[in-house]
Write a protein that binds this ligand. Structure first.
Ligand code: MGD
Ligand code: MGD
Ligand code: SF4
Ligand code: MO
Length: 714
């Protein structure tokens, strides 16, 4: 059918960080007829990826929950009214807290929260109201080391420079695969085209990854790096840059301490540990200094691994010492229309004195590492977690030690989930509160405008009317929050929170769009929701990234001190790892993402689940041959933490000694296939990743570089 047959609606895709602007035509039956990238969008320029087609699927999905579910006396979930379900949810949560203390409730905020305006305006308010220190989120299975390093160097956890991809001459990606993931902590829609433009202006792309990824395949140079050894490579690069003649800005301190600290990290050591040749390390260091502009970006592969903090520090230090931080074509900070950082709406972050009760893992930015969640539930004593609230999350599938967490969640006194699907975690809930879908709500991207390769501001009104019987995430937060306040006040909470409570009530009652409007109006640029609407579906183009330093620094002295004590201390651990010999029988496990997977959900979307199975274990043919395993065999993949059975796929695209399994699968738990996953079952890699091994500085999960063995499964 031609696009002219329907009415045109504009959509901001919320399924990944690329924030693409889409154009849909909708027929008389209300269904999307065509969907394409909006050519006029100043940021995404017409791009879209296959995942976008899941958006209309979510809208119409018969599997999607549209009314609340409450567990009855029969042990089963039954539909209930919103009033009854909210009342039951608050009864359960507050009931546990009143008996066992506020910390007996744990909250997990999952990934889609950062992609939803209403979640961002309302969930922090709700969570603060619940007054528990047991706050967890996807941050500690993802980018926590980035925040730790940004706070230490720049004074604010969200001062995260992004590669200025449209002007750079040399882009170095470490443990990052934007050809499949579309970029991360770097909103870079249409990476494939931007990569072509880089080539057309004579620029180069270098990739360091233990797999020959989709991005490595289009790179000028790809170096296999043994998982978990990047720290040695990055520190060797720092060492070489320091020796060749560093060019830090005038506001940078600590060079002498860095020079001394990196002495042991020679390119030869890097080669021995990582497999990347010393010659290549030296050449890359020289190129970083001598190319007119260069940007190094490291993501999941160098964040969710044993030396995540050292790696992220070394990445920043390389950009700083080569004079590329804050320079066009280097790594730059944004100037967003809603400046969450500058206006203090997002906290500066920092380590807190609060640690996890059982293992003593550090708290950062008001949250605790999620790798500790299961033990906090199962270890008796004061402060034991007995109730759970998850919002847009599936920690049983998404966090290490999934099987252990699965059992722990099943044993809780109370569990409330805000989610539109039953997943491996929410299936255990006593109450499920399902929000409206992504096409039923207004959108402005509060988070990813802060991380984008151009400054733009796009507001998209809800492309579809809201389901009249449905509630938005923010309305669920409002209703839970108000009912919770009533209940706790009735229980004698009054004297502690009356004044704060009134403010909280007002905030909970104010819609996200109204809150956004206030943020825009008070932002100094004279913007408003109306002005953004009037600007058209692509929003406002505010231009290329501009230098912001040192004015943007949040450090007390407005300077950057490279000599971060906890980083320099941790170099001992890197050296110790370099002195251990490797057991030739042990393989190391890494993850991967596919263009048509989206973390742990949407495995019921037909547009995303056709084709060859994607959840196979990729392994190098030589590693299989020595074990008598053939392509297509089923194997037992085992770590210190657990075992799964998977099918292997032999491929030269992973280096020897490495196997790779994507996360977000394993939908056949207890033989039950859930509504969000009618397509591909697979096994959950997080039944193998080990919650007992975390990154030493931050407590971030180690999802890459997990020692494993494989053997035939017959
Ligand atoms: N081994 C391994 N594990 C990993 C990773 C890895 O690379 N390897 N990656 C990690 C990373 S980076 C992340 S971010 C996490 C993600 O893991 P989670 O934080 O668990 O997030 P998702 O898997 O995206 O789960 C999303 C859930 O939110 C629901 N949902 C979707 N949209 C909305 C909404 O608007 N409102 C509400 N209330 N619910 C919604 C979906 O139905 C789904 O059930 O996984 C991590 N886990
Ligand atoms: N299609 C799709 N896109 C997504 C998502 C999705 O699920 N599907 N999820 C979104 C989310 S939440 C995030 S956080 C981003 C993540 O985006 P990416 O950072 O691109 O994520 P990954 O592909 O998991 O990991 C990057 C690479 O790290 C490599 N790696 C593993 N261990 C090491 C190591 O020790 N050293 C080095 N150098 N490399 C290593 C892996 O081989 C992999 O190629 O993607 C987002 N975009
Ligand atoms: S790259 Fe794909 S999933 Fe990401 S925002 Fe664009 S269309 Fe959506
Ligand atoms: Mo993520």
């Amino acid at each position: 059918m031609s696009p002219a047959a329907g009415t045109t609606r504009y959509v901001s895709c919320t399924l990944c960080e690329a924030m693409c602007g889409l154009e849909a035509t909708v027929g008389a039956d209300g269904k999307v007829q065509t969907l394409r990238g909006h050519e006029g969008d100043p940021l995404s320029r017409g791009h879209l990826c296959p995942k976008a087609f899941a958006l209309p699927q979510i809208q119409e999905d018969p599997d999607r929950l549209r009314r609340p579910l409450v567990r009855g006396a029969d042990g089963e979930l039954h539909e209930a009214t919103w009033d009854d379900a909210v009342a039951r949810a608050v009864d359960l949560i507050a009931g546990v807290q009143e008996v066992h203390g506020d910390d007996a409730l744990a909250v997990y905020l999952g990934n889609p929260n950062v992609h939803s305006l209403g979640a961002l305006t309302h969930h922090p308010t709700l969570v603060r109201l619940l007054r528990t220190r047991n706050r967890y989120s996807a941050t500690s299975v993802d980018q926590l080391p980035h925040h730790v390093v940004a706070h230490a160097l720049y004074g604010h956890q969200f001062l995260l420079p992004v590669p200025d991809v449209d002007r750079t001459d040399l882009l170095v990606l470490v443990g990052h695969n934007p050809m499949a993931s579309n970029g991360s902590l770097w909103t870079v829609p249409d990476f494939p085209q931007r990569r072509r433009e880089l080539a057309a202006r004579g620029g180069r792309l270098v990739v360091l990854d233990p797999r020959r990824t989709e991005t490595a395949a289009v790179a000028d140079e790809h170096h296999f790096v043994r998982p978990g050894t990047d720290a040695m490579v990055l520190l060797a690069l720092v060492r070489e840059v320091v020796a060749l003649g560093p060019r830090p800005a005038a506001y940078v301190d600590g060079l002498d301490a860095v020079r001394e600290a990196v002495v042991p990290f020679t390119p030869e050591l890097a080669e021995r540990m990582s497999g990347m040749s010393a010659t290549a390390v030296r050449a890359l260091a020289r190129a970083l200094l001598e190319t007119p502009s260069a940007a190094v970006h490291g993501r999941m592969g160098v964040s969710t691994q044993g030396f995540g903090v050292v790696c992220q520090w070394a990445v920043q230090t390389l950009n700083i010492l080569t004079g590329n931080l804050d320079a066009p074509g280097g790594t730059m900070l944004t100037t967003p229309a809603v400046d969450l950082v500058g206006r203090g709406i997002l906290g500066r972050g920092g380590f807190s004195r609060r640690r996890t009760r059982v293992r003593g893992l550090p708290g950062f930015g008001g949250e605790l590492p999620v790798a500790a969640l299961a033990e906090e539930m199962t270890t008796p004593g004061d402060g034991q977690v007995r109730a759970l609230l998850t919002i847009a999350g599936n920690p049983v599938s998404s966090t290490p030690g999934g099987a252990r967490l699965d059992a722990a969640v099943a044993g809780l006194d109370a569990y409330v989930a805000v989610d539109m699907y039953l997943n491996e975690t929410t299936r255990h809930a006593d109450v499920v509160l399902p929000p409206t879908g992504p096409l039923e709500r207004d959108h402005y991207d509060l988070v990813f405008h802060v991380l984008a390769v151009r400054d733009t501001a796009r507001f998209t009104p809800a492309p579809y009317p809201k389901d009249p019987g449905g509630r938005h995430d923010w309305e669920i937060a409002r209703d839970l929050g108000l009912a919770y306040l009533r209940r706790r006040r009735a229980g004698g909470w009054r004297e502690r929170v009356t004044r704060a409570g009134l403010e909280v009530e007002a905030r909970l009652r104010t819609s996200p769009t109204t809150q956004l409007d206030a943020l825009l109006r008070t932002g100094g640029a004279g913007l408003s929701v109306k002005k953004l609407r009037d600007a058209g579906p692509g929003g406002l183009e505010l231009g290329a990234l501009r230098p912001r330093l040192p004015g943007r620094l949040f450090t007390d002295d407005r300077r950057v001190d490279l000599a971060v004590p906890f980083v320099l201390d941790d170099l001992e651990r890197v050296l110790a790892a370099a002195s251990r010999t490797r057991d030739p029988d042990t393989l190391v496990l890494v993850g991967r993402r596919h263009q048509r997977d989206n973390n742990s959900w949407l495995h019921n979307a037909p547009v995303l689940t056709t084709g060859r199975p994607r959840h196979t274990l990729h392994a190098n043919p030589d590693d299989l041959a020595v074990r008598g395993i053939r392509d297509g065999d089923r194997v037992r993949l085992a770590s210190a933490a657990g075992t799964v059975e998977v099918e292997v796929c032999a491929t030269e695209d992973v280096m020897r000694g490495v196997v790779s399994l994507p996360h977000g699968y394993g939908h056949d738990r207890d033989g039950v296939r859930l509504s969000h996953a009618t397509g591909l079952p697979g096994a959950s890699v997080n039944d193998v990743t080990d919650p007992d091994v975390v990154e030493a500085v931050s407590g971030n999960a180690v999802l890459n570089g997990v020692p494993v063995t494989i053997e035939p499964a017959y």
